[in-house]
Design a protein around this ligand. Structure first.
Ligand code: C5P
Length: 221
């Protein structure tokens, strides 16, 4: 069988990355977490004290930013200029700012071109917000994954390491705020591609979702 590309988009906490990783494992494909790239960029600029409103500065320092995704057994290691930042990019500080940096067009262009390079040889499962609409409009299989905001927040809450610093209600609000910014931004906002299949996972188990996507891939072509 020829390899294909699979695009998985949807709002925060819908389970995209867990599912994308499972699907990639079953098909022996490469998993690419594009959210991790926006998080890595956010970490880099926060470290340098450059805020998301300082667009000119962000663009000036962009050439100094080198992001690598290295496949590992449990997902992937994320490196910024050679430094392992896999844990650092999952903090509340990064969560709170990432959608603001993700609005910057020049930053998106840079990351999108890296993402397209990674998918050139096919056999990629890529998750994000604009994969089906912008990064890989020709992906053979496109899924738009959603779940209720309560379900998404509770999934995120369980995997969080800083539960002592935020209440469940605050987490619901921060997820809603991130979704709002992602949906309302001007450059490639979060939306379902016309040819994407909508999958509401609120009542589905991880295996059910992964099985469904793998079967979409098997019936493709
Ligand atoms: O997927 P994750 O929740 O880690 O993504 C973090 C943030 O990165 C999103 O809320 C969004 O602002 C941004 N993002 C994006 N485009 C993508 C992936 C992520 O704008 N393809």
């Amino acid at each position: 069988h020829d390899k294909i590309n699979i695009a998985i988009d949807g709002p925060a906490g819908a389970g995209k990355s867990t599912i994308a990783r499972m699907v990639a494992g079953r098909l022996h494909y490469v998993y690419v977490d594009t959210g991790a790239m926006y998080r890595a960029a956010t970490w880099f600029f926060l470290q340098r004290g450059i805020g998301p409103e300082e667009v000119d500065k962000v663009l000036r320092f962009l050439p100094d930013l080198d992001i690598e995704l290295l496949p590992e057994e449990q997902g992937q290691q994320v490196r910024v200029n050679g430094q392992d930042v896999t844990e650092e990019i999952r903090t509340l500080a990064v969560n709170a700012q990432v959608s603001r940096y993700a609005q910057i067009e020049g930053l998106r262009e840079r990351l999108v071109s890296l993402q397209r390079q990674m998918a050139l040889r096919k056999g990629v499962v890529m998750d994000g917000r604009d994969i089906g609409t912008c990064v890989l409009p020709d992906a053979e299989v496109k899924v738009f994954m959603t779940a209720s905001v309560e379900e998404r927040a509770s999934r995120r809450y369980k995997e969080m390491k800083e539960q002592n610093k935020i209440s469940f209600e605050e987490l619901v609000r921060s997820i809603e705020e991130r979704d709002r910014l992602d949906r309302e931004r001007e450059v490639s906002p979060l939306r379902q591609a016309e040819d994407a299949q909508l999958l509401d996972t609120t009542q589905m188990s991880l295996d059910e979702v992964a099985d469904h996507i793998v079967s979409l891939c098997r019936t493709y072509g």
